[in-house]
Design a binder for this molecule. Structure first.
Ligand code: FAD
Length: 448
């Protein structure tokens, strides 16, 4: 009898255990529900909607090629999914296990209406526990435990599918209104190719130069990281496919980075509020009010007067992605130099990143802010001018902050300090020394 596969962040047909399990049981059709209700404030952000539109188009084509189709609907998943299953006369609903708290709640609320299959991570986080049986709060021991399960099993090929005789009605992709219109800000997104074919292309490109990963991954001017994060978030590529394709290239350094993704999921599983509440509140007096709001706006627009911070924030706005080194520096600048609450920055990232991911975004923001169980200490304050020099960011700044493009490698990291800032480049919101002192003073007076 017919089977339904409920797709969420697993928009692929290869290494897709939910799809395979369905195909083994009977004629199968896919369903995607655009659900802006269940996630509450975590509904899919602007940049990701653009990605999702193209990714759904690609998934529909992949399913057609295998002999099936993708049904599109909108509404509350826990109502829509069973309703479509009923229309189809399905005897089984299959889905991939995800770790966002809203999905887990929806699944609990409605019993086992869907059969959940593992497929989003290298290894299921609830089976990676300390000797005492508790989830790990610190990355190091988590990674060592995860390594004992490596390498992951071989990826599964895409199954052949039979289409059920009578299909439920589908909305049109355009009806989901995922693309920006007035204004269309997606011009700078054209380098991305959402969908499994785009993921495979990007993967091949990375495999060719993964040997440089360890030495160059921290340099924002270079194309040394995989840039697979949006494909991994949307599940167009599984982490198992990725590791198998690399066959050891990228080395332990790459595995360790990829394992942070599993760790973040483990954190979200044991602390579902990680995106809302500091895990270890520092009791800092953060800044609020008009001046803080103006600083926040300048940060979002990439007009802080700190070249590396501005380059990162403009890359985010224009391309929907930011290099990891720049994410660290921009996030630290907001929390420490500007003394603004980390969750305001995390919300901005949520709306602007094509790879916005509840677990990764929340856990990383808490790491930078010093509020996570595994965290950088608050009093360790990154120097954004020094970071720019140390990580050779001159060409990165030239690309994203055109008003500085003519400055020399020596001048570009600190144009105000060197007295060469062009008239159209903003003055620093606050001097580094003053900001550092203000942050340390706030830390000294903290209440926890
Ligand atoms: P690579 O270096 O090629 O790494 C491969 C993959 O490993 C990544 O695609 C990602 O899936 C995973 N990964 C690497 N580093 C991390 C990490 N620190 N934490 C979790 N997973 C990691 N990543 C997201 O996917 N979504 C987010 O919303 C997100 N928000 C972040 C916010 C802040 C403040 C910071 C500091 C980091 C954030 N990251 C986030 C983590 C990291 O910056 C990105 O995963 C990485 O830059 C993506 O580029 P890449 O695919 O080229 O990474």
């Amino acid at each position: 009898s017919p089977q339904l596969v409920w797709f969420r962040q697993d928009l692929r047909t290869v290494d897709q255990p939910a799809l395979r399990a369905a195909a083994e049981r009977g004629p199968t059709v896919g369903l995607y529900v655009l659900d802006d209700e269940t996630p509450g404030k975590w509904k899919i952000g602007g940049a990701q909607r653009w990605w999702l539109h193209h990714s759904l188009e690609a998934l529909a084509q992949d399913l057609e090629k295998l002999g099936s189709s993708l049904i599109l609907r909108r509404g509350r998943s826990s109502l829509v999914v069973p309703a479509v299953a009923k229309e189809l006369g399905a005897s089984g609903i299959h889905a991939t296990r995800h770790y966002e708290p809203w999905w887990r709640e929806a699944e609990c609320e409605h019993g086992d209406f869907a059969m959940l299959h593992d497929g989003d991570v290298l290894h299921e986080p609830d089976s990676i526990r300390s000797g005492a049986g508790a989830p790990f709060k610190i990355y190091g021991p988590f990674y060592r435990a995860l390594e004992t399960h490596m390498p992951p099993p071989e990826p599964l090929p895409a199954p052949k599918l039979d289409r059920p005789a009578k299909l439920p009605k589908s909305d049109k992709l355009a009806d989901l209104d995922l693309l920006p219109t007035k204004p269309d800000w997606s011009g700078g997104f054209s380098d991305w190719e959402p969908g499994s074919r785009g993921a495979a292309k990007q993967l091949r490109h990375f495999v060719d130069h993964a040997g440089d990963y360890a030495g160059h991954r921290d340099l924002p001017a270079e194309d040394a990281t995989s840039r697979l994060s949006p494909h991994l978030h949307h599940g167009e590529l599984s982490p198992r496919q990725l590791l198998h394709a690399l066959g050891g290239k990228g080395g332990e350094k790459f595995r360790r980075e990829l394992a942070w993704r599993d760790f973040s999921r483990s954190v979200a599983l044991s602390d579902p509020d990680v995106g809302e509440k500091s895990q270890r509140p520092l009791g800092l007096t953060t800044r609020h009010g008009k001046a803080a709001d103006a600083d926040f706006t300048a940060w979002t627009r990439g007009r802080t007067g700190y070249p590396l911070v501005d380059a990162g924030m403009r890359q985010l706005w224009e391309s929907g992605w930011m290099h990891n080194r720049a994410r660290l520096v921009t996030a630290s600048f907001l929390c420490k130099h500007l003394l603004i609450d980390w969750w305001r920055g995390a919300d901005w990232f949520w709306d602007c990143l094509v790879d916005a991911d509840y677990a990764n975004n929340s856990q990383n923001w808490q790491w930078v802010a010093g509020t996570g169980f595994d965290s950088q200490p608050f009093y360790r304050i990154m120097a954004p001018l020094g970071q720019s020099e140390k990580f050779a960011a001159a060409d990165y700044v030239r690309r994203w902050v055109p008003e500085l493009a003519k400055l020399s490698d020596a001048d570009i990291h600190d144009p105000w300090g060197r007295g060469v800032a062009p008239a159209d480049y903003p003055e620093p919101l606050i001097g580094h020394k003053e900001a550092r002192e203000r942050a340390l003073e706030a830390f000294k007076k903290r209440t926890n």
